[in-house]
Design a protein around this ligand. Sequence first.
Ligand code: KG4
Ligand code: ZN
Length: 353
Amino acid sequence: MGCPPSTGHRATMLVIGIETSCDETGLAVYDTARGLLAHALHSQVAMHTIYGGVVPELASRDHVRRVVPLAQRVLADAGATLADLDGIAYTRGPGLAGALLVGASVASALGFALGKPVIGVHHMEGHLLSPLLAEPKPAFPFVALLVSGGHTQLFAVEGVGRYRLLGDTKDDAAGEAFDKTAKLLGLGYPGGPALARLAEEGRDGAVALPRPMLASGDLDMSFSGLKTAALLLVRREAAEGSLDDDHRADIAREFQHAVVDVLVAKALAALDATGSPRLVVAGGVGANRELRARLTAALARRGGQVYFPDLEFCTDNGAMIALAGALRLAHAEQADYAFSVLPRWDLATLPAG
Ligand code: KG4
Ligand code: ZN
């Protein structure tokens, strides 16, 4: 294996980002001086939908089919060639092993062929830094609420790679609870957006669900009991013959209220605990309209600021990987082009950038 050059602490860098951790192939070109130049996404939702969830083997194979054409497209859209790139960033984990390996192998082969540095990015670090793609950008330090399909965490963020875990879910992630509850309400995959749409038609206070760990006195959360409470409610209404479309919408609305109540309370408690006026929200559930509205109002009331990624960068995308990769490549020393993926990877273990 050849030894790629270090990036030598360059002033500006052009980086291609490759995201293949789950069911979206995301590619993007990011310039540290000019910002995001191009991005493209292929969603596999249509392919997995008949199975009611992501089929890992199909996901990997589809990434293989999509990744090179999408790379060519974003380079053309950015008006750049492979030779212009200063580095290649890919999602190293967490995620599906086979899916991650597609991005890792393409990135490493590209780096080897071009003699350019390659960096493996933590998927959740990509999410966490994604509000830096929008304007105005949050200044460090801030509190980050990461809410995705696999994670529900609060971090005190001092800078790139300086993440202190403040609170975590004890069981299901918020997005996972959305997806599972959507399924039991008869909504398809992906369930979160579908449940949120149904919730808009429901009535406030028609049914009651718990707000788990709201008064636990710490910053941890739990969503599995809420999902079970929703399940019991659905079963009871089904047995009584009252589970019509209106009742489904009422349950969806109350479920969303319950998740949002907990997320808002814990995020505000984290701001109190750190003394930070700035909250950054990232990850797929960050696209939820009720969560965005409630946090926006709450931060306005206390004179703080909340930062969300643009809606298209809440869920998985290549832009956040290109951005996080660019921020880390500026200081990275890379040994060789060998690669491995980390399907399970703790964000709090990352080195400072
Ligand atoms: O960040 P993401 O794309 O993937 C992971 O890294 O996990 O997040 C996907 C999750 C799914 O659970 C999806 O149902 C949820 O985000 N989600 C939403 C909404 N949009 C996506 N949940 C609630 N409301 C939404 N509007
Ligand atoms: Zn994600």
